[in-house]
Design a protein around this ligand. Sequence first.
Ligand code: ADP
Length: 641
Amino acid sequence: MGRKIAAGHGQRLWPAFALLGAVVVLPTAGVFWFMNQAMQNEQLVIRQRLADLYRSQLRNAADQIQIAFAKKFEFLDHTVRQHPAPESFSLLADAGEVDAVLIYDNGKLKYPEPIPFHRLSAEPQTPRWQEARRLEFGKNDFNAAARAYAVIVRQSADARERALALVGEARCLNKSGKKSKAIEVLVHSPADAAYRDAKDAQGRSIALNAQLFALQLMKDPRHPLFQETAKLLVEQLNDYRGTPVSSSQRRFLIGQVRSLWPDCPENATFAAEELAASFAGLRAPQLIPGRIQPAGIKDVWAYSNPGKSYIALFSKARLMNFMESAIASRKPANGVRLTVIPPGTEGSWLQSEKIGDSIPSWNLALYLDGEDPLQSAARQKTAFYVWTGVLMTAGIALLSILLAVYLGRQMRLTRLKNDLIATVSHELKTPLASMRLLVDTLRDGHSHDARLVEEYLQMIAKENARLTSLIEGFLTFSRMERNKAKFDQKVLQTGEIVDAALESIGNRLHAPGCRLEVDLQEPLPAVIGDRDALVTVFVNLLDNALKYTGESKEICLRGFASNGNVCFEIEDNGIGFPRSASKKIFERFYQVDRTLSRRAGGCGLGLSIVQFILSAHNGSITAASRPGKGSTFTVLLPAAE
Ligand code: ADP
């Protein structure tokens, strides 16, 4: 039975809660959807605004790079125009303007020159030269050959023959086992310009080759003459103004020196020689003049001037550095950074812009330094939207809680009213039915028996009194419910209230089997309140004590002052109630044993009326009981000053 009722309740409540849930969930979902939309729009707007802001910055920086390139190309043009090809090569490579440069004259490569530029007869044709050669190679008489070469060195008027003879003398001295003598001859060779300019059959400088020969004979860099000789040789190789040295001999000699001398100093022009030679060795790509474009070598870019008088080669790193320093002076807006982006670079930049025609397919990109303003703006907005959402949701939740509380109260009230109607009808039915029965009996002919009539009339009066008290109870309760009970605030003598209550209960307290003990401390402090209401409190409590005790009733009413209060204890030796009911008995309509209470003439309102009155007087009531042994109700009322 109980379960059925519970199920019925659940079924009725379920749609209400579902509705309430929907009332919260739907607007919340709506709020979050709008928030999301708004956030996305906001991001788009911010991105667009940033893009507009930075576009002009990018363009200006790109133009600045173009200007720097124009200046650079002008400088290259000027240098190539003003200086001989090898000198231009060395000037530009040394200054770090280029990584290498190939210089042309009317379409012909001038430096690095592709082929030896002198074609000479292989050997001097003089008789003494023939003789020396014969001694060296025919007779293998190296001592005699060395002497013969030495004579030529001293006597020949031809610088080339002298230079060749010097090398021959050293060669023969070395072959005859006089290595240090040979080194001496090579190292202390005559220093006149003509001698230095002498070339061999392949157009190579004989003097430079002789120095390499000396180093090869010394072999060990720790040899006393090695460093000095090697440095002198490197110096000469790096001199593009003096002796014309072919590019190929330069590369060959520097390669040889490096292999003999690991500590050989690095030099920009040597690296340039290597790069220029490898570019010259390529099947030259079709270069569009006036643009920097791939050179056909990894990470190398080439620029051919419109006059086609040179091709400058740049490494990727050099180009990057050049462009970065061109825009280094430009200070972009706070939080952004400009970077040059070579073609094929992947990355996430905010915006990019082509640099321009002089270096097509390279870009300038704008990165965000540190925190992305987009992100931080978005985060701020997100926080704003989240808070708005949270507050709105909280608002909706709060409203729905209030609504639920209100609805709950209304439902409880409705139920209460229904209960009240049912109880009232039920309670009124019994006395009315008994009265009708008694009246009917009297009318049915028992009216001539005076004693019976008297008895019946007394019974009718008793039922009537009960009916009146019931209606009294309901009215009090109803007033309380509507919060209409108005209480006086008068100073009252406590003893008087008790006396009035005792008087109101009257004879019932003096019936046989009933012993009442009233123990009031003298003097008992006065209280402030409504006399009738407070009398009702004692009447109800004493009435209960009478109702819920057996044949032999022992009731005790004690009153005493306690901590600024007046305390009353109403104790009985009745049926009591379980501990669990000690709070519930103050609820409206609650009855521990409904049948018993009804029989005793209760309707479950007495204690709730008592509690209501006491709390309106800033007082309180508690109950303690042991089933079968009796109950004690303790009332506290604030004492008047
Ligand atoms: P009722 O009109 O039913 O007496 P009350 O509000 O006065 O209503 O009391 C509520 C219930 O508390 C009673 O039905 C009864 O079960 C219990 N009760 C009240 N007073 C006592 C008492 N002195 N001894 C035992 N039970 C009591």
